[in-house]
Design a protein around this ligand. Structure first.
Ligand SMILES: Cc1cc2nc3c(=O)[nH]c(=O)nc-3n(C[C@H](O)[C@H](O)[C@H](O)COP(=O)(O)OP(=O)(O)OC[C@H]3O[C@@H](n4cnc5c(N)ncnc54)[C@H](O)[C@@H]3O)c2cc1C
Length: 491
């Protein structure tokens, strides 16, 4: 198969997966208001791989299979391939303005990084060797072009305690071992896009104590989304239930990707799908050992470029539509967004230009510009929303639903909602887009997503500080102080 079509992807979701939302079981995620937008958008991305304009950018010949595969499935082994992957990641992100964040390339990049670094999976505390499983899983998802979700966070119960000390023992853990595999019970929070993914990858939770009591919570594996015993409990949808017209909420309706808590009710995991077993030490080190952080962040920051570009364009367009771009204060705010977009582009470009060779024969983008971009983005994104809100002002809440342009007050609406540069319909469409991007439930979730999807920024910043090469900083000031002393002596 190797590169799927949108139809093949949509067909693959008819698999008896167990998804709940708002007190009901969803029988067909491709035809449910909460999930069909995301499913349709992912299907469009699969189709893009076949289109003449994007085929070369998004896919590459894979010698192992002898066919073309999605570029994101191959960990780059040269600078040229890293740049080509970056181009593909940006192309995918452009299609969703970076608003549907968990496009399949995110997990593709992650699994390809694990497969390249497979040797570390044999250094297992359990005495078992899992490198062949990681390699086989990578081949499987690559060959079948599958969409994956991942879950790695234990539930919030009492964050002052270790996972094995919780008052409510609801975190996912190993409850039984057999010759063929093991059984897990409990929950993981939260899988974005889970409801429309083919595979669930349970990634290591990275805050497992090295105490042996943490062993039963320390694992990594992957199973199909329709595995018996696996239930997905969705948060309520961000698609407005009373959505009058597609043009009233075009972002929510296309890019609402869904988040779900995954409950594993005595789910059986075969050994061949196991990557880490009873090994807290490996769980805690896996991101650094495999360069997973760098590879993931290559995808996520390529995505944020598209998002920053979209928000900057939206701010400029809204300002022009009511001619407030004539005012220096408004020009200043749009310039702020332009500068921020340029910085985001520059950081990703630098990460690609100063990539590092890994011990696994792959090339990883430079971590410092990428992590800087990642830690910076969530606050800058919140500011971008604030700027669009500030510029659009009452226009965000003044326009009616697009449906009113066609209802019984259509004539009135045509008369009263025109702006300097736009007809009533054009202005309503633009302002409804701006409202969807900045004041909707969908917009609120986007802000929370950017803050947390890659971990808690507070602790990530501490990790950044701890890992940053500080000796050159100290040496530089020591050198300056010595120079000053020398000059003082001379004077
Ligand atoms: C929209 C969204 C989508 C997500 N999608 C996914 C996904 O697809 N897959 C996945 O695996 N995860 C996903 N996540 C989960 C994400 O990885 C976590 O939200 C993130 O790691 C933070 O963990 P937490 O939510 O449990 O917050 P907590 O760790 O409980 O933190 C809550 C607050 O307490 C503070 N805090 C907690 N502990 C400490 C401490 N020890 N020291 C200092 N401060 C502390 C934090 O700074 C934070 O302000 C998603 C999250 C969101 C919001």
């Amino acid at each position: 198969m190797s590169i799927r079509t949108g139809k093949q992807y949509l067909d693959s979701l008819h698999d008896d997966r167990v998804v709940y939302i708002d007190g009901r079981r969803v029988r067909d995620v491709t035809n449910d208001a909460a999930f069909r937008g995301a499913a349709q958008t992912i299907a469009e991305l699969y189709d893009l791989q076949h289109g003449a304009a994007d085929h070369e950018v998004l896919t590459v010949h894979d010698a192992a299979i002898g066919e073309r595969v999605a570029r994101s499935h191959l960990a780059p082994r040269s600078q040229e391939l890293l740049l080509a992957r970056g181009k593909a990641l940006r192309r995918v992100a452009e299609h969703t303005c970076g608003l549907l964040a968990r496009t399949p390339d995110f997990m593709n990049v992650g699994i390809s990084a694990l497969a390249a670094a497979r040797s570390i999976f044999d250094d297992s505390a359990s005495g078992r060797a899992f490198s062949a499983n990681v390699a086989a899983y990578h081949e499987h998802v690559k060959r079948n072009d599958l969409t994956m979700t991942h879950v790695q966070v234990n539930p919030q119960v009492d964050r002052t305690k270790q996972v094995f000390e919780q008052q409510h023992d609801i975190a996912l853990k190993i409850v039984k071992e057999t010759d063929a595999g093991f059984v897990v019970n409990g929950s993981r929070w939260v899988g974005t896009l889970a409801q429309v993914a083919n595979e669930v990858v349970v990634m290591p939770s990275v805050v497992v104590s090295n105490d042996t009591k943490g062993d039963e919570y320390a694992f990594a594996f992957a199973i199909p989304a329709a595995t018996p015993g696996l239930r997905m409990i969705s948060r309520p949808s961000m698609v407005p239930s009373g959505a009058g017209h597609f043009l009233d909420n075009p972002l929510s309706q296309q890019f609402e990707e869904g988040d779900a808590v995954l409950i594993f009710d005595n789910v059986f995991v075969p050994w061949e799908r196991t990557f880490v077993y009873r090994d807290p030490g490996l769980c805690n080190r896996i991101y650094k050992l495999t360069y997973l952080g760098e590879h993931y962040t290559h995808q996520t920051m390529s995505r944020t470029i598209a998002k920053a570009e979209f928000m900057t364009a939206l701010a400029a367009h809204v300002a022009r539509s009511i001619k407030v771009d004539a005012f220096p204060n408004v020009q200043g705010m749009i310039t702020e967004l332009m500068i921020f977009t340029e910085i985001q582009r520059a950081l990703v470009d630098r990460a690609e230009a100063q990539a590092t060779a890994t011990p696994f024969g792959t090339i990883a983008p430079n971590r410092w510009p990428l992590h800087s971009a990642q830690l910076n983005f969530h606050e800058r994104y919140a500011r971008m929303i604030e700027v669009v809100r500030t510029i659009a002002a009452g226009g965000l809440v003044g326009v009616p639903s697009y449906a009113d342009t066609r209802g019984e007050i259509g004539d009135l609406v045509e008369q009263y909602f025109a702006s300097a540069g736009q007809s009533s319909r054009e202005r309503i469409q633009l302002m409804r887009l701006a409202a969807d991007a900045t004041i909707s439930a969908f917009a609120g979730r986007q802000v929370v997503y950017e803050r947390y999807y890659q971990g808690d920024p507070v602790r990530r910043a501490i990790g950044y500080f701890n890992d940053y090469p500080k000796e050159p900083l100290y040496a530089r000031i020591e050198q300056m102080l010595a120079d000053h002393r020398r000059k003082a002596d001379l004077n």
